[in-house]
Write a protein that binds this ligand. Structure first.
Ligand code: CA
Length: 229
């Protein structure tokens, strides 16, 4: 049974989340501030943390930063809770290594579904660098640097290929533009955050019937559609 630490200063929300988690077979503990959360982590490590970003005192991003810089907690999955107008915080949180986020107000059942998905994704290792990826009508052959759409070779540029392969190896994971730039930087022209959008447009056009597998997360970045969605 997975144990979840809920870091949220609004008692009604914290209690509702805790109750919903317990209804779904999880155990949960609550912390009303970042300081309380860090103290709780010293005595018990949960399997996942739900972290509100707007906290009194130390904010959620600072908590996230501290957790990622401590070897003991660096791999703890984090699902962030954010206000509707805080896309910049979401981007920073994902770049710090948070796994997913939900915008308030949210449905507790959707939160539980996200938690379940994050824990499942963590268990499934991403395919090895050279492993063939097959999804619907899309086949990615990393060894050959080749992509087939409905059996036909799609003529991707090396950068388009690298972006597609990066996203497809981690279905459901949101990548920010900066993360994409950092990981696909190649020998040819430098990739910028703005250029990522251009590459994605071209990529979708070439993927034809499979274009929908690349999802835009508004204001944040892109992801390869999760199988569970
Ligand atoms: Ca709050």
């Amino acid at each position: 049974m997975a144990h979840v630490l809920v870091v949220e200063d609004e008692p009604d929300i914290a209690e509702l989340v805790r109750y919903t988690l317990e209804q779904h077979g999880y155990t949960a503990a609550c912390a009303a501030s970042g300081e309380e959360a860090l103290a709780s982590l010293r005595t018990r490590l949960p399997d996942l943390i739900v972290l509100d970003l707007m906290l009194p005192g130390m904010d959620g991003l600072e908590v996230c930063r501290l957790l990622k810089h401590d070897a003991r907690t660096a791999n703890l999955p984090i699902v962030m809770l954010t206000a509707r107008d805080s896309e910049a915080d979401v981007v920073v949180g994902l770049e710090l290594g948070a796994d997913d986020y939900l915008t308030k107000p949210f449905s507790p059942r959707v939160l539980v579904a996200r938690i379940k998905a994050v824990l499942r994704r963590r268990q499934v290792p991403s395919p090895a660098e050279n492993e063939v990826i097959v999804r619907d009508q899309l086949v990615i052959h990393p060894g050959r640097h080749q992509v087939l759409v409905a059996g036909q070779v799609a003529a991707l540029t090396p950068t388009e290929f690298r972006i597609l392969h990066l996203l497809a190896r981690r279905p459901g994971w949101v990548f920010t533009r900066a993360q994409i730039v950092a990981r696909v930087q190649g020998e040819e022209a430098a990739v910028t955050e703005r250029a990522v959008d251009v590459h994605i447009v071209a990529l979708r056009r070439k993927l034809g019937p499979c274009a929908g597998l690349i999802e835009t997360i508004r204001g944040v970045g892109y992801r390869f559609k999760a199988p569970e969605d």
